[in-house]
Design a protein around this ligand. Structure first.
Ligand code: FAD
Length: 680
């Protein structure tokens, strides 16, 4: 029989078995020796653990490992977190069968449980880097359980509480911070309106001052000014921060932030406030997003958050920041912590997706190479490696970068605020886009099992999609980064001073020279990788400057010139972000002593660098690489995947994610789908 005939006859045999199955009358038939059985990846010699996974975990988490494990434990212990037993293991995850209203109430009960156990202790009243790092670590763990829970807490503590802390002064701190931490009130943050989201400066809510009564009067003058998407507003919040134009004596002083009660302690909506639902969403249904209208609501003068500007009892406007742009920027400060937490949590969600997909790919087989030969493990297909392992390398790179961002944030100074704004914007956009891409690939890599909600990856796509929109739309953030870099460029050019900060010091050196022929050893070298990333960034920055200037010469305004140069701006934002990530990776790697851990980090760093090059057409478009060299990069990627394949299991084990936070297909998926499991 030739090959084609043999294949056809096998196919007929399989099809006839499928169409005319033998009736399974006894359980004995279920245990024939030909049946698939689950073989744990940790027992396979193809998955040797050649490095210390706990040391790797320490590098990846970076801080507060014990606090993280404590909170993982609290969640797994409690029936409030929807514990489900599958195949003899316990898993925790949200029950998406529940209605929107049920999910919202469950979110509140879970918050109550965490509150009682001291999880939020010091989140607003604590000070210093250690307190902040604990808060960030615990919030990351919460987001790994459920995005709604993380957002509901985030709105209350980071946005409402953060606004009180950063925009308020002592009188606000004394009155609200501890009360917020203890959930004596529930806060929300009303910035976005139906008519204005990204363009916060355009909000139409109007606040005036009445010096006769010493009150501010907040009003929603038109439908487009209704506050929209406000997390916590639809059901639970008692207070909100309102972002509004402030008019004093008929003059507009720009956007300011006020504290306004919206419900009494019994949950009744306050007089002159109207609240409506935003409705069912593609995810995050455990958060009650709502819309708010203010009908000339009166609040005391003291409710203006006055660290940036104040109004005297007689109605005089007072601000130490005279520049309107700087004043506005100061009002956006609470959003920075939001961007930091979103960036970091996106990395942790990708870790869950990759852990599940890679563990499954190490136990799931499909097709055999020979007629009666064993079927092949998914992760032994070069194509499957190529789909998942570069994403794994990226998540390693982004984990290190996220830690660096958090360290910058908790050690912030007035001088470093600008850099934090730029880096947090870049990483928020890059990591959240990467998360969505990773989840989609992981979902597909698990085939039909990826579609089951209990396997987490599918629902995560809906749950975390909004990451790219809130707390700064990703596209808008990327444009801001390029504008900020251009600002640095212009200052350095006109004042003839060297670049300092944001990792741009390489701009002071001559342009790196890329070897005409790239060998494997050059491609793997960190010096070459960094040179290539530097070359791209410096050239794109110059191109962006030249293009904007050219449009201006043609009579376009500065803003219009920026808008017209959006393509180079996008390329530049990406180049900045990827270079910053690579640089951090190299720094982390350089501190690890020689040995197996360092070796595997070297492979991951190279794969991160080369896949980033392979995926960005700018390297060819602008000639940073010849076509031959671009082909050499592409050829190196599968080689690196093959080298990393034996480490895949250890690399996902190093994430330190408890089994209960993964899903049934990450373990014995035959057992967890057995008839006996279906009887529970
Ligand atoms: C689930 C959820 C929860 C939220 N929670 C809150 C909350 O608690 N409090 C709150 O105040 N807000 C909240 N938001 C609102 C969120 O911050 C806004 O949706 C976000 O800022 C984007 O605004 P927008 O929806 O009006 O989109 P727009 O700003 O209208 O943007 C629409 C599109 O236009 C593009 N675009 C905008 N400007 C430009 C430009 N200059 N150049 C090129 N393209 C541009 C954007 O990239 C985007 O693709 C929430 C939103 C959601 C979905």
């Amino acid at each position: 029989m030739d090959n084609d005939n043999r294949r056809a006859s096998r196919r007929t045999e399989v099809l006839s078995k499928h169409l005319f199955p033998h009736p399974l009358t006894t359980t004995a038939l279920l245990s024939t020796s030909n049946c698939l059985s689950y073989s744990p990846p940790e027992l396979s010699s193809s998955n040797p653990v050649s490095f210390d996974t706990s040391r790797m975990r320490a590098l990846l988490d970076g801080h507060n490992l014990d606090d993280r494990d404590w909170l993982f434990g609290l969640i797994v212990q409690s029936p409030l977190f929807n514990r489900q037993e599958r195949g003899g293991r316990v898993f925790v995850s949200v029950d998406y069968n529940h209605t929107m209203e049920q999910q919202r109430e469950e979110t509140m009960r879970r918050i109550g449980y965490l509150l009682d156990r001291g999880v939020f202790r010091g989140w607003l009243t604590g000070d210093g880097p250690q307190e902040e790092l604990r808060k960030l670590a615990l919030h990351e763990v919460v987001s790994m359980y459920d995005h709604s829970l993380a957002v509901k807490i985030g709105v209350h503590i980071f946005l409402w509480g953060g606004a009180v802390k950063f925009l308020g002064t002592k009188r606000h701190h004394d009155k609200w911070l501890r009360a917020t931490e203890n959930y004596e009130l529930k806060g929300c943050f009303a910035m976005t309106e139906l008519g204005h989201g990204s363009n916060v400066r355009g909000v139409e809510t109007v606040t005036t001052y009445d010096s006769r009564t010493g009150e501010f009067v907040i009003n929603t003058p038109c439908e487009s000014a209704q506050k929209y998407w406000i997390g916590g507003a639809a059901n639970h919040a008692t207070h909100t921060i309102v972002f509004s134009q402030l008019y004093i004596n008929g003059g507009n002083q720009g956007v300011h932030a006020f504290i306004c009660p919206i419900r009494d302690s019994s949950g009744n909506v306050c007089p002159n406030v109207r609240i409506a639902e935003c409705g069912h969403k593609i995810g995050l249904n455990g958060v009650d997003n709502g819309r708010i209208w203010f009908d000339n609501v009166r609040i005391p003068r003291e409710n203006l958050l006055n660290s940036v500007a104040d109004v005297s009892p007689r109605g005089e406007y007072l601000s130490s920041i005279k520049n309107v742009d700087q004043r506005f920027a100061a009002f956006l400060a609470p959003l920075t912590s939001g961007r930091v937490t979103i960036a970091s949590s996106a990395v942790y969600i990708s870790k869950i997706g990759l852990s599940i997909a890679i563990r499954y790919a190490l136990t799931r087989r499909a097709f055999s190479m020979t007629p009666n030969g064993p079927e092949i493990l998914l992760l032994d297909y070069p194509s499957h490696q190529r789909r998942l392992l570069p994403l794994l390398a990226k998540i390693y790179a982004m984990s290190f970068a996220a830690i660096e961002l958090k360290m910058m944030y908790v050690n912030r100074t007035p001088e470093s605020n600008k850099a934090i704004h730029i880096v947090s914007s870049a990483y928020k956009a890059t990591f959240t886009w990467n998360n969505m891409r990773t989840l989609q690939e992981c979902r597909e890599a698990c085939g039909g099992q990826g579609v089951k909600s209990e396997n987490r990856i599918g629902p995560f796509k809906g749950e975390f999609d909004v990451h790219s929109t809130f707390e700064g739309d990703n596209n808008v953030l990327m444009q801001q980064i390029s504008k900020a870099l251009l600002g640095e460029f212009i200052v350095c050019q006109t004042k003839k001073k060297p670049f300092r900060g944001l990792g741009l010091e390489h701009m002071n050196n001559p342009a790196p020279v890329i070897p005409s022929q790239l060998t494997s050893s050059i491609l793997m070298s960190r010096e070459f990788q960094l040179d290539l990333f530097h070359l791209r960034e410096r050239d794109l920055l110059r191109r962006f400057a030249a293009e904007v200037s050219q449009y201006q010469t043609q009579g376009e305004s500065k803003e219009s010139a920026f808008n017209l140069s959006y393509q180079v701006a996008e390329d530049l934002g990406r180049a900045f972000s990827e270079r910053a990530i690579l640089k951090t990776f190299i720094e982390v790697e350089s501190k690890v002593p020689a040995g197996s851990l360092k070796d595997v980090l070297g492979l991951l760093r190279s794969l991160y660098a080369l896949i980033s090059v392979d995926e960005d057409a700018a390297f060819l478009r602008y000639g940073y690489l010849s076509t031959e060299n671009a082909a050499a990069v592409r050829k190196e990627v599968p080689k690196l995947c093959t080298e990393l394949r034996p480490h895949a299991f250890a690399l996902v084990s190093s994430f330190g994610i408890p089994d209960a936070f993964l899903s049934p297909i990450a373990f014995d998926w035959v057992g967890s789908n057995a008839w006996s499991s279906a009887q529970h």
